[in-house]
Write a protein that binds this ligand. Structure first.
Ligand SMILES: [Zn+2]
Length: 375
């Protein structure tokens, strides 16, 4: 079965508001770019279903789901609900599709778990909302599609699942959701000292989590070191039945919210290296707040999943998609020509610093035995 891409038009029309980092289009641009490259035959595309409150209640609290729907319908929250559910607070805005959009992301990742029941590869660029909590919004995430997809796999009977998160921020919501469940091993590589300030090198969530905090300036060579020194050995040790990769694009150098310096080659290298290590693979999106770098990164990841070589100069239709973007931040005033004309960044190699080597080595210590695989 060829890889499947799950998308939705809901992302095209939707914004978190003009001043929010998620004012920008991301999934729609990635999909437009992929289609302009002729990389999406209709047979490989599925429209994301919207998860119902009953589906979402597999992880989320019914009173929170009711509050989220009410907030969408009325476009307001009471002070008590704001305090309790963090709606309209902490960068989780009241906006037009504030239930339907995250419920569509959740429906997409849950469908991905179902489509990979017997094996396969699914990309859900609208997924990756890894900060969402059972009973409140957190870090721009109203729901947690990653947790719901992982629960879908567990409900099928899988007992050895690897969740790998390369977003610039710690995948705290997913790690905490499986704190007491050794069937899901979570591994997060993220910027040290950045919100949510969890995910230190010693944070192991009962043994089946590893965290690799990395310093500002984290480069492609350092990601390769982490890949070969920790991610791949851990994956081979666990022999997972399924792997989910949260592929946030905010660890790229051009991102305005983090200080890591990867090129998009790093994301494709990581995804390409893990895709043969389990019979089931789901690749999610995640953070990413520069519209050009997000779209080029995720389109490239889809190309990688399909074995396509990266194009040199983009064809005119793809270039037109990228030239059609506007961005109100500083980077949008005079974007470099390469953001319009290429998909792959130039590599960003560098020195592999001792702090990175130490963090990777520490993640390898005291790995738990892989749970027995049933069936
Ligand atoms: Zn992030």
């Amino acid at each position: 079965m060829p890889p499947i891409l799950i998308g939705s038009e809901i992302y095209r029309r939707s914004s978190y508001g003009p001043k929010h980092p998620l004012a920008i289009p991301r999934v729609s641009v990635a999909l437009d770019l992929i289609r302009a490259l002729d990389w999406l035959p209709p047979a490989q595309y599925r429209d994301s279903p919207m998860a119902s409150p009953a589906d979402l209640a597999r992880f989320h609290a019914p009173d929170y789901l009711a509050a989220l729907q009410r907030a969408e319908a009325t476009q307001q929250v009471s002070p008590a609900e704001r305090d309790r559910f963090r709606l309209g607070a902490d960068g989780n805005p009241i906006y037009r599709e504030m239930f339907r959009r995250p419920a569509t992301s959740a429906g997409g990742t849950m469908l991905a778990a179902e489509l990979t029941r017997g094996g396969g590869i699914v990309h859900v660029p609208g997924g990756g909302t890894h900060h969402g909590r059972p009973d409140r919004a957190s870090g721009f995430c109203f729901l947690n599609d990653a947790v719901l997809g992982l629960l879908g796999w567990l409900d099928q009977g899988l007992t050895r699942v690897l969740y790998l998160d390369i977003d610039a921020h710690h995948g705290d919501g997913v790690q905490d959701a499986f704190h007491d469940d050794p069937r899901v091993f979570t591994l997060s590589v993220h910027e040290d000292g950045r919100w949510p300030f969890t995910g230190g090198a010693g944070d192991r969530a009962g043994g089946h989590a590893r965290n690799i905090p990395v310093p500002a300036g984290f480069n492609d060579s350092e990601m390769l070191w982490v890949l070969h020194g920790a991610i791949l050995p851990i994956a081979r040790h666990l022999r997972p039945q399924a792997i989910m990769v949260q592929c946030g694009a905010d660890a790229l150098e051009e991102d305005p919210l983090a200080r890591l310096c990867l090129s998009n080659n790093a994301h494709r290298t990581v995804v390409g290296a893990v895709m043969d290590l389990a019979p089931r693979l789901i690749v999610l999106g995640g953070g990413g707040y520069n519209p050009w770098s997000v779209a080029r990164c995720w389109a490239g990841v889809w190309g990688c999943l399909n074995g396509h070589a990266m194009p040199g100069r983009l064809p005119p239709a793809a270039e037109a998609v990228l030239r059609g973007l506007t961005f109100s931040r500083a980077a949008g005033r005079d974007p470099p020509e390469a953001w319009f004309t290429t998909l792959a960044d130039p590599p960003r190699p560098g020195v592999v610093r001792a702090v990175v080597r130490r963090a990777a080595a520490r993640a390898m210590e005291d790995l738990p035995a892989a749970p027995p695989a049933v069936p």
